[in-house]
Write a new protein. Structure first.
Length: 237
């Protein structure tokens, strides 16, 4: 499928202008920084847990929420289908509408990480995990937005995402004695916490690769699902 960067950029600019006028959504940019300022005084031993809380929470309330609202707003105004009537392909639209959320999330979370003073075991593994996680939660936000008719629906649709993804690392720890709930340990948020908890000294490459591969698998699957649902929802409406 062909991708036109010019069309994707045009969609990016349009979303940026609309987003900058929506103060209710724009204020979400401040939450990760606010959380980082609160938790920056955490002891060094608790810093990986603190950054895990900031990142996993921010992925939901910023990345997922913003993407869901951008998609839902298009549906509320009946302009999402109009985009498909233009020469822009499905990938043009998805990339264009995801780029703004990706850039915002990357910049804000980089600032939050700097405030916390977190130093990962491997900067490259950390950056890869951040990129994959942003794409993953953008895909989840797209799915939520496709099943929402209004911005209010989009706001409510991320509640299950927040419950499942944000609480998974702590649920996996609390119920680790019950085999049925060990599946929570394979959630992307849990694997991110494992990656953040790896010590700066004496770590094996396998310790970095395993969580990255699991996060990558989640990212690929959810991205494919979001693209398929995007096409199907347009046909159904």
């Amino acid at each position: 499928m062909s991708i036109s960067l010019k069309r994707a950029r045009a969609i990016f600019v349009k979303d940026y202008k609309e987003f900058s006028r929506n103060y209710a959504i724009s204020i979400m940019l401040l939450f990760p920084i606010f959380f980082a300022l609160i938790l920056r005084s955490a002891p060094p031993s608790l810093l990986p847990g603190a950054i895990g809380i900031v990142l996993n929470t921010s992925f939901v309330i910023l990345t997922c929420f913003a993407q869901a609202c951008l998609i839902a707003e298009e549906k509320e105004r009946n302009t999402l289908r109009s985009l498909m009537m233009t020469p822009a392909t499905t990938m043009d639209v998805i990339i264009g509408k995801s780029s703004l959320v990706f850039v915002m999330s990357a910049v804000v979370l980089a600032i939050a990480t700097f405030i916390l003073g977190f130093e990962p075991a491997s900067i490259w593994a950390f950056v890869a995990a951040m990129i994959l996680s942003i794409i993953l939660y953008t895909a989840v936000g797209t799915i939520c937005g496709l099943f929402s008719k209004t911005l209010l629906d989009a706001s409510l649709s991320i509640i299950p995402v927040a419950i499942v993804f944000t609480s998974a690392p702590y649920g996996a720890f609390l119920v680790r004695d019950y085999p049925l709930f060990k599946v929570l340990d394979y959630m992307p948020s849990s694997q991110l916490v494992h990656l953040l908890g790896i010590s700066n000294s004496g770590f094996a490459t396998g310790e970095l690769i395993k969580p990255l591969l699991i996060i990558l698998a989640w990212t690929v699957v959810l991205t494919i699902v979001s693209v398929v649902l995007y096409k199907r929802r347009l046909k159904d409406e």
